[in-house]
Design a protein around this ligand. Structure first.
Ligand code: ARG
Length: 446
């Protein structure tokens, strides 16, 4: 039972925030007359000593320490005697643990946000440096239309900015103080919660003690944010894994982010990207696991909730390393412009051929059919579509003229997409500018 019940192996990570919460609570107790000035001084200096022991790695955990809260209080008593017993007046581990967790996660959100913004910036700046590279855009993993390589990088960056915004919203909802809610009914000592809020730098105080001690919406939201971020990362990883194969040959991962095979000397494996992709499963597992724990729980605190911490810590650690590795992969990735260009084929310009006719007045449906005929004709002749003569083209539609040769130019093709959001140079540049602006704004938010 002791082994099952103890959370000490992992909730030690809350040691610092637990002490911070206790210091604030002790001050509030002094304000409400429960502690004398002398008591408060003793408690604060004892807590400071404990904090210092934790930071030196000198805190000795003993077998009967059930969790970080009981461990810190046990040590406080050893250091300052019976007055330590006054600290927990009107407080419960129920409001204490959730206060600790919110303090801890608030801080972690800022760290993760910095990693995420750095990663997005790496994508955006790479896109800015490589706007002239054109390669195939795929739908259904089939060659679809020529696009700029930057357009591809930015498509991922944009998804990550939504993740970054979402993290900001999660942080906002984490930033609510539950302390002063007691076990279930509230605090009977007239504790000044507004004072606690200021001491611990929360944006607001929770509204209802029953909800405050037992809701873990902020945990689920964080795990969901993390899951969606990981899904976006795994999609990008999958794209790059495909692009790094010999068959595509668009990119090469730097050696720092790949490994060799123990058996096949020629192999270079994209392990970093595979690990990123796999962690999406791990993180979502934590998210769904937490939701299953919450499902069907009665009001209010139940020990089931102790499980929240391992999920949160594991996901924080996973995101932290994944984001830093992803940044490294993108900043050191080598691209092979020639292979990207070689992968473009004239059939990818069939849409442009239809658009040529549209610009000469033909309804799109008809133009689509005419372009289809040209594709078919080229196939039966065993040549590429751009090898058809003007006469061949004219046999399909009299609207075709010698100027049709302009269609067979990939750079011209991408330059048509000037509408906002498109792949022309002007549109891609505008996207880069907007993302840079967004990154500046989000940096200020955290
Ligand atoms: N270690 C516990 C947790 O993580 C602290 C709260 C215990 N509360 C209780 N009523 N037993 O949730």
């Amino acid at each position: 039972m002791e082994t099952l019940n103890s959370s000490m192996t992992y909730d030690q990570r809350l040691s610092e925030v637990d002490i911070r919460g206790s210091m604030a609570y002790a001050k509030a107790l002094e304000k409400s007359g429960i502690l004398t000035k002398g008591d408060l001084e003793k408690i604060l200096s004892g807590l400071e000593k404990i904090s210092e022991e934790w930071s030196r790695g000198a805190f000795v955990v003993i077998k009967s320490d059930e969790d970080i809260h009981t461990a810190n209080e046990r040590r406080l008593k050893e250091l300052i005697g019976d007055v330590a017993g006054k600290l927990h007046t009107g407080r419960s581990r129920n409001d204490q643990v959730v206060t600790d967790l919110r303090l801890y996660m608030r801080n972690s959100c800022s760290v993760l946000s910095a990693h995420l913004l750095q990663f997005i910036k790496t994508l955006v700046e790479r896109a800015a440096a490589e706007t002239d590279v054109i390669f195939p855009g795929y739908t259904h993993l089939q060659r679809a239309q020529p696009i700029r390589w930057s357009h591809f990088l930015l498509s991922h960056a944009v998804a990550f900015t939504r993740d970054s915004e979402r993290l900001g919203e999660v942080k906002r909802r984490i930033n609510v103080l539950p302390l002063g809610s007691g076990a279930v009914a509230g605090n009977p000592l007239g504790i000044d919660r507004e004072f606690l809020r200021k001491e611990l730098d929360f944006a607001s105080i929770s509204l209802n003690s029953m909800d405050a001690t037992s809701e873990r919406d902020f945990v689920v939201e964080f795990l969901f944010f993390a899951s969606l971020l990981m899904i976006h990362l795994s999609k990008m990883a999958e794209d790059l894994i495909i692009y790094s194969t010999k068959e595509f040959g668009f990119v090469t991962l730097s050696d720092a982010y790949s490994t060799g095979s123990s058996l096949m000397p020629q192999k270079k494996n994209p392990d970093s990207l595979e690990l990123i992709r796999s962690k999406a499963g791990r993180v979502f597992g934590r998210c769904s696991g937490m939701m299953m724990i919450l499902k069907g729980l009665p009001s209010t605190y139940n020990k089931d909730l102790q499980e929240d911490k391992e999920a949160v810590f594991d996901v924080i650690d996973t995101l932290s390393s994944v984001l830093q590795v992803a940044t490294g992969v993108i900043s050191t990735l080598q691209i092979h412009k020639e292979n990207m260009e070689k992968a473009l084929s004239p059939d990818m310009l069939a849409t442009d051929l239809a658009l040529y006719l549209v610009r000469k007045g033909m309804p799109f449906r008809q133009a689509h059919a005419a372009s289809g005929k040209a594709v078919h004709l080229a196939e039966t002749k065993g040549i590429a579509i751009n090898q058809l003569t003007v006469e061949d083209m004219k046999s399909i539609s009299p609207l075709f003229g010698t100027d049709v040769s302009q269609v067979w130019d990939y750079a011209n093709s991408v330059e048509q997409y000037t509408t906002p959001g498109g792949t022309s140079k002007s549109s891609v540049t505008a996207q880069i500018e907007q993302l840079r602006e967004l990154l500046r704004r989000q940096k200020d938010l955290f």
